[in-house]
Write a protein that binds this ligand. Sequence first.
Ligand code: XMP
Length: 513
Amino acid sequence: RALIVDFGSQVTQLIARRLRELGVYCEIHPFNRVSEAFLAEFAPKAVILSGGPASVKAETSPRAPEAIFRLGVPILGICYGEQTICAQLGGEVESADHREFGRAEVEVVADSPLFQGVWERGRRYPVWMSHGDRVNALPEGFEPIAKSPGAPFAAIHNPARNIYAVQFHPEVAHTPDGAKLLRNFALNIAGLKGDWTMAAFRDEAIREIRKQVGAGRVICGLSGGVDSSVAAVLIHEAVGEQLTCVFVDTGLMRAGEGEEVVRLFRERYNIPLIHVQAEELFLGKLKGVEDPEKKRKIIGATFIDVFEAEAKKVGDAEFLAQGTLYPDVIESVSFDGGPSVTIKSHHNVGGLPERMNLKLVEPLRELFKDEVRALGRELGLPAHFVGRHPFPGPGLAIRIPGEVTKEKADILRKADAIYLDEIRKAGLYDEIWQAFAVLLPVRTVGVMGDERTYDYVLALRAVTSTDGMTADYYPFTHDFLGRISTRLINEVRGVNRVVYDVTSKPPGTIEWE
Ligand code: XMP
């Protein structure tokens, strides 16, 4: 496996993605957590030093742990990684007046195993740069293999020591050949096998869960979504009846969602499941509340109360399982006090582990969303289930701007089901990251038959995205939108007008609240 040492670049996660796409297992660790003992235990076959926002010239800027250079394994430095390699091994880095940000071209000036079969000497290739400092003199034993107008040492190597470094970012899509260069490094230079599969991950994860949990009891809050479901099925495979799941029906779920989860877990997997009907409680607490943040807070707090009461009935639970994913685990690198770990409170159990004195079991914390889906399929979850669009913890409440009532939730649930049904029928579901309807707190005048109507406006949203961080609206055909609008107005009482949201993120967010 490979080790990625993180210096805090915005795109470090993409290095991991590219390697895993090659079937190479790798982990990202902040530079100041990589001790000699850690390296001995991790035993990487290759090390990649990431980019980062610091300047090598600054006194307190981070350095790669010296022990890495004594491992004798291939090393690849990217951007800041290149600069620190040069600074640490006796080269020179300077703050350049000619900074390079964005698209640039490099010219290959020497043959290198890094370019083998991809780039030819004497030719130019597009890359994506993002640097202020640049390497000015190389350490002994290194030679330049590519140059750019802003960086005479845009790529360098020391084949004898198996150290490679590039000033550009091969991990981003804007460097079109980047993935191939990483492939050369990982498979050819480092000799990694590329045989990491979901089946292997699953076996390893099961071993780890057994080791962590021992004979302890585990409780898991199911949200109806993919992540918590996959985590629960995996943990059940590992420790069987030691796991109890709690599913809280908030009354803010999509149509049929609760029933499907309950059936799947009880009947198909035989996993002990407590099903709490809490619609009245949640809607009662939301009565009269219009502020989006207040709504979120009330739902989060109510969820914790309900979950805690149920979890106590399970007795002696020692562990809380969560479907936390890799992108949720933001290990930001700070240069003074060490790395800080922030986990988004996405699973609505924030504060619960401390309050109930529970230890966390998070078997998915190394996986990306599409990997979780693959693991779900590996565990036998139905394809349509693992392919589900993301659904936010506060549910339909944040898709009903203003006060949430049962009447509105029912209208929205019905409309949402029809919208998704049409998207599925058109074969578009998997192309879309997320699609949903929003019930606006606005009534407008319409005419149906000879009658005047005065009903709600429904806004439709559909976006493409790879990670939910940025998104673009989905370009449905007008024909499709027209068809949906007709069906929605004909079939959903209370709605007489449909509009389509064409805002990207940024500046919009995906959800309306
Ligand atoms: P936004 O609206 O911030 O959403 O562009 C980005 C992604 O996150 C989801 N989302 C949530 N998921 N709890 C969740 O589990 C939440 O409170 C929450 N808020 C937004 C949203 O659906 C989208 O996929």
